[in-house]
Design a protein around this ligand. Structure first.
Ligand code: IMP
Ligand code: MG
Length: 178
């Protein structure tokens, strides 16, 4: 796939993302205003830019941890099996957890990750995704906070890759094969 040539058309500008993150941070601050034990958990690698911008807008005492699961290989097909490649460093039992994901697509990743987190008995668990492609959903999952709903397009940028490339684009763009 990745050896085919493609262009990237901008879908969501860096400015729009920044504005939306400010709004999301307000929602998150309201949700977690009563706690000083919030751990923000980023799903590697796709959420690394999003979580970096998001936590800097959240005016609460927080900790940051990361979880890496396998989902897509180097192509565009979702594998339904999700494996834990890198687990959390800290304990989350009786803590409040906010899971930060780049995109919810079929929903398998988020479903598996939330089950994994819930087994460790956090006091409260919420989820946030920058993007959601609801038309692609295969399993029912809840996303408590969402940046943008998008159509069924393969997107890159702002941390999100196609065959490991394009994570460094400051905006979200859609891949168009030429
Ligand atoms: P799901 O398990 O099908 O919901 O897939 C979620 C994961 O697939 C996300 O964390 C992304 O890493 C990846 N993914 C889904 N859609 C896209 C896309 O359009 N571009 C790049 N990666 C994607
Ligand atoms: Mg991902």
């Amino acid at each position: 796939m990745s050896d085919k040539s493609y262009v990237i058309d901008q879908m969501i500008s860096a400015k729009s993302i920044a504005a939306r993150i400010e709004e999301l941070a307000v929602e998150i601050e309201q949700e977690f205003s009563d706690t000083d034990k919030l751990i923000v958990v980023g799903l590697l690698r796709g959420s690394f830019v999003f979580i970096a911008d998001l936590v800097r807008e959240i005016n609460l005492p927080i900790e940051v941890d990361f979880l890496e699961v396998s989902s897509y290989g180097d192509g565009m097909e979702s594998s339904r099996e999700v494996r834990i490649l890198k687990d959390l460093r800290g304990t989350i039992e009786n803590r409040d957890v906010l899971i930060v994901e780049d995109i919810v697509d079929t929903g398998h990743t988020m479903k598996n990750v939330t089950q994994h987190i819930l087994r460790r008995q956090p006091a409260r668990m919420k989820t946030i995704a920058l993007l959601d492609k609801p038309s692609r959903r295969e399993v029912e999952i809840k996303t408590d906070f969402l940046g943008f709903e998008i159509p069924d397009e393969f997107v890159v940028g702002y941390g999100i890759d196609f065959a490991q490339r394009n994570r460094n684009l400051p905006f979200i763009g859609k891949v168009r094969f030429t």
